[in-house]
Design a protein around this ligand. Structure first.
Ligand SMILES: [Zn+2]
Ligand SMILES: [Zn+2]
Length: 258
């Protein structure tokens, strides 16, 4: 079964979707889903906005949980929260723990001021360097989310990540993920843009060339209309990069096909 492994419902403050709507959308498309509510400890300017009552989450969502509806979390990594993030991932029976970079050195990649005074190359290098630092401090996660997250927001003419901008840093990030056996996520949010698709293919191919074998696929839906969006494009991208699409249930990797 094909799974959309990244979406936000009742417990993400920026989501406009209820779990019942996500479940209905998945059923209609005959796909499985993984709920990944936001957990961003010590979020800049709003330290607790992206945190929630995890006990209540499991209690309230238990009736929806099944082989096709899995309960996970998206943990926004920061260096100063690493120990707490690791403990949280260990404390609850998540199906899936998705690790993200939403911040760089305590600044929010979503905000334009994050990039003030930087060239694009400097911003990308800082992002990759901080990603590397966080991946060294974090272990209790299953996959690394949206490597192209900053491409949504960075205020530069060229919004794509280019391997050639920081070849050694990209390799170091990919090699560390591969050594820790963590798949890269193919986030489908930007796959309708041919330029983004081409730039991303280069990155995923490099990850595969260095020994990466698997990819997870997620829409990052915050609206019911976006559940399952771009899965077909992502599966094609995975094939072209030479990566096997997988999802996680009870923290164990499972193949989507065959
Ligand atoms: Zn995210
Ligand atoms: Zn997300």
């Amino acid at each position: 079964m094909i799974f959309d492994t990244h979406m936000h419902c009742d417990y993400s403050c920026d989501s406009h979707m209820k779990i019942a709507e996500a479940v209905a959308a998945a059923k209609q498309q005959e796909i499985g889903i993984v709920i990944t509510e936001h957990w961003d400890d010590d979020y800049p300017t709003n330290p607790t906005a992206f945190m929630f009552d995890v006990d209540e989450y499991f209690e309230r969502f238990a009736p929806y949980r099944s082989g096709q509806v899995l309960l996970g979390i998206e943990i926004g990594m920061q260096k100063q929260t690493a120990a707490a993030d690791e403990a949280l991932a260990a404390r609850y029976p998540f199906d899936y723990v998705l690790a993200s970079m939403h911040c760089v050195n305590g600044r929010d990649l979503y905000e334009e001021r994050c990039y003030a005074g930087q060239t694009k190359a400097e911003a990308v290098c800082e992002f990759l360097t901080d990603t590397l630092a966080n991946l060294k401090l974090h272990d209790n996660f299953d996959a690394f989310a949206h490597i192209d997250y900053m491409c949504r927001y960075m205020p530069f003419a060229d919004k794509e990540l280019r391997l050639g901008e920081a070849p050694e840093l990209f390799d170091e990030v990919f090699e560390l993920l591969i050594a820790k056996e963590k798949p890269l996520e193919i986030n489908t949010r930007r796959l309708d843009d041919p330029g983004a698709l081409a730039a991303l293919l280069t990155l995923y191919r490099r990850y595969a060339q260095l020994g990466g074998k698997y990819a997870v696929i997620g829409s990052d839906a915050h609206y019911k209309e976006h559940v399952g969006r771009g899965l077909k494009e992502a599966l094609t991208l995975a094939d072209e990069a030479g990566l096997e699409p997988v999802y996680f249930k009870e923290r164990k990797m499972r193949k989507m096909r065959g």
